[in-house]
Design a protein around this ligand. Structure first.
Ligand code: PEP
Ligand code: MN
Length: 266
């Protein structure tokens, strides 16, 4: 069975400014200063093509920072004006989609906790009808390829052809070295079913800690994934979310210098 998605090639809708494709930015937009300072440092590395930041954060347990909300969209707009970097945010409701589009966000992504829920995905898809914006769909938190495919299909059926997948690993009850097991075979199966679908790897959420990020990033490139989404914060030690897995922009730059691109087969 092949997947029948109507897609536009990624290089027609995501300008890669360096190799490999990198989407970078903080897990969460926290303050205007934090976002702008981080964005400038990331832009200065010259290695990121897109600035990411979470505005609405789907926290597993209540009582933690749930995102700065709509005000963060203004900060992202300013970051884009000042750095020239296109922006990407996670959307989980129709209202998020409408607000992000109204604020000029360039790329939307569906988070792992949304991909698991067909009602949520359909609500997002309905809000995207008639809109021409790139959308990236993270894998669901659980290792279910069909849910991932179903979410991609719902978004594609809404008319979104600038579509990609993000591989961010799968949760398990067993504690392992990774925060989310990569289970590479699931991403490989998706690639086999739909070779034209770009898959971007998210080593930050797979690893859960900085130390493993170079290993997973290189493995993703060796497996021919189309790019990386990596969380980067001006000072990860004080990050409000995902502190252990974020890299400073200079560590991110160094990582990118050390990754080797897969050589084309002769
Ligand atoms: C994120 O990108 O910060 C995030 C919440 O990711 P995920 O949906 O992969 O958990
Ligand atoms: Mn995060």
């Amino acid at each position: 069975m092949k997947l029948n998605l109507k897609l536009q090639p990624i290089d027609t809708w995501l300008k890669k400014t360096s190799e490999p494709l990198l989407i970078a930015g903080p897990c969460s937009a926290e303050t205007e200063d934090q976002l702008l300072a981080t964005a400038h440092l990331i832009a200065k590395t010259g290695k990121a093509s897109v600035l990411r930041a979470g505005i609405w954060k789907p926290r597993t347990r209540p009582g933690e920072f749930e995102g700065i909300g709509s005000i963060g969209l203004e900060w992202l707009k300013r970051a884009k004006e000042e750095t020239g970097l296109p922006t990407a945010v996670e959307v989980a409701t129709a209202k998020h989609v409408e607000e992000a589009l109204a604020a000029g966000v360039d790329i939307l992504w569906v988070g792992a906790r949304s991909t698991v829920n067909p009602f949520t995905v359909q609500e997002i898809a309905d809000a995207l009808k008639g809109v021409d914006v790139p959308v990236l769909v993270k894998n669901p938190v659980n290792p279910d390829l069909q849910l991932w495919i179903g979410a991609l299909e719902r978004i594609n059926n809404a008319g979104i052809t600038k579509l990609g997948a993000i591989h961010r690993g799968f949760s398990s009850f067993e504690k392992t070295a990774f925060r989310n097991e990569p289970m590479w075979e699931i991403a490989i199966q998706l690639k086999t079913l739909c070779p034209e679908l770009p898959i971007i790897n998210d080593p930050s959420h797979i690893c859960g800690n900085r130390e493993l990020i170079p290993y997973i990033s290189q493995k993703a490139l060796d497996m021919d994934m189309q790019g990386l989404m990596i969380e980067s914060h001006l000072d990860p030690s004080v990050a409000w979310t995902d502190a252990k897995q974020q890299l400073t922009p200079s560590a991110l730059s160094e990582l990118m210098d050390h990754l080797t691109l897969r050589k084309p087969e002769i």
